[in-house]
Design a protein around this ligand. Structure first.
Ligand code: C2E
Ligand code: CA
Ligand code: CA
Length: 356
């Protein structure tokens, strides 16, 4: 039995090997490991609760040689990391398949930008009280040559594992700015930023270059970021966000209510808009829960004088409730699904000044 990676375990990965002949022995070995790894550590007045993800592969059931055994324990460990419900996680042959598919997708993704397989859809954002259009959020799609359309949740995390996200992020920004500058209606365009773009590039410089190259007035651009993007290095984040704001670009705090939802974030960072996460409007939420969240976020928005937008609005009842609660703006399938620019032009919401 082994837990960790091949050929050498990383700094926070360890291998443990044990000869076993019965399921009971495996259980007791895992129990011993967990007892040690999960033991609380007292430090001065506080207590630290350590944790670990355990992946298990058994010889000869799961592998015929040492390398494969360690490799398969590693696969199981990654699965345990991703899915806390499967802990400890035993190797299954389907894990190989998943990893192979993922690796193949990562290779394809590297080609996707060059091959022009990425596309941007736009989803309308409206003022609730009047129904007027406030702007559009740009959402990337991957038109894979054999798999069809792949949604961002299935490839953005993959892109974030390498520098690809920087390329993709800049491509989306440049595409959106160069398209929006041609619209006759000066709607705002919102572009999602990945935390990696924040950490690994001079994002303020990238934004300013793209605005200059495309000619889009900065006031028309909004960048959407989540709290997790800024939480790691708050001092630097504040500096970068100020630079972006100074250009005239606005900032939206995305997915609010899911992560830290910290009052401090709202107090310290210069956000122009709070977006209540779409999960609060999902079918599984009881309506009194949704209402409580909406009222709480609206109260925060009022206190900090930041307008609030609700995401994922699918029903008239939700819109009526938001209107009654005094929510400023909304986005969701009820108001318009994400669509290619050509479709939005066809339905008359946007007219183009001229074509390139
Ligand atoms: P997000 O920023 O929260 O984007 C909103 C997501 O909600 C979009 O999913 C949109 O299609 C979906 N949505 C909108 N209205 C409704 C609704 O009424 N009901 C439901 N159930 N869903 C609705 P999408 O396009 O699949 O994007 C998923 C996520 O991928 C985005 O979540 C964003 O985090 C990320 N993403 C998309 N485009 C980009 C991009 O260009 N760069 C980066 N870094 N991330 C992106
Ligand atoms: Ca967003
Ligand atoms: Ca969101």
């Amino acid at each position: 039995m082994a837990a960790s990676s091949l050929p050498e375990p990383g700094g926070d990965e360890f291998q443990a090997l044990c000869r076993v002949i019965s399921g009971e022995q495996i259980k007791s070995f895992l129990h011993r490991l967990e007892e040690v790894l999960f033991k609380p550590i007292r430090f001065e007045d506080s207590e630290v609760l350590p944790g670990a993800s355990l992946g298990v592969a058994i010889w000869p059931d799961h592998a015929s040689d040492k390398e494969a055994l360690i490799n398969n324990a590693d696969l199981a460990m990654y699965r345990a990391k991703a899915d806390p419900g499967r802990h400890p996680c035993f190797y299954e042959p389907s894990m190989d398949e998943k990893v192979r598919t993922r690796r193949k997708l990562a290779v394809d993704l590297r080609q996707a930008v060059k091959a022009g397989q990425l596309a941007v859809c736009y989803q309308v954002q409206r003022v609730i009280a009047t129904g007027e259009i406030r702007g559009y959020e740009a959402l990337v799609r991957w038109n894979h040559p054999t798999r069809g359309t792949i949604m961002p949740d299935d490839f953005i995390p993959l892109a974030e594992e390498s520098d690809l996200i920087l390329q993709i992020g800049e491509w989306v920004l440049r595409t959106v700015c160069s398209e929006a500058v041609l619209w006759r209606q000066p709607y705002k365009v919102a572009v999602n930023l990945s935390g990696m773009q924040f950490v690994h590039t001079d994002i303020a410089h990238v934004v300013s270059t793209v605005l200059k190259e495309t000619g889009l007035p900065p006031e028309r651009l909004e960048l959407e970021l989540t709290e997790s993007t800024i939480i790691a290095d708050q001092v630097r984040a504040l500096q970068v966000l100020r630079q972006i704001k100074d250009m005239g670009v606005s900032l939206a705090l995305d997915d609010f209510g899911t992560g830290y939802s910290s009052l401090d974030t709202l107090r310290r960072f210069p956000f122009d808009r709070i977006k209540i996460d779409r999960s609060f409007f999902g079918a599984s939420r009881a309506s009194h829960q949704t209402q409580a969240v909406v009222h709480a976020v609206l109260a925060l928005g009022k206190a900090f004088e930041i307008p609030v937008m609700a995401e994922g609005i699918e029903t008239k009842d939700q819109l009526t409730m938001l209107n009654a609660a005094g929510c400023d703006e909304a986005q969701g399938f009820l108001l318009g699904r994400p669509a290619p620019l050509a479709d939005i032009v066809k339905n008359g919401q946007i007219t183009m000044n001229c074509a390139h």
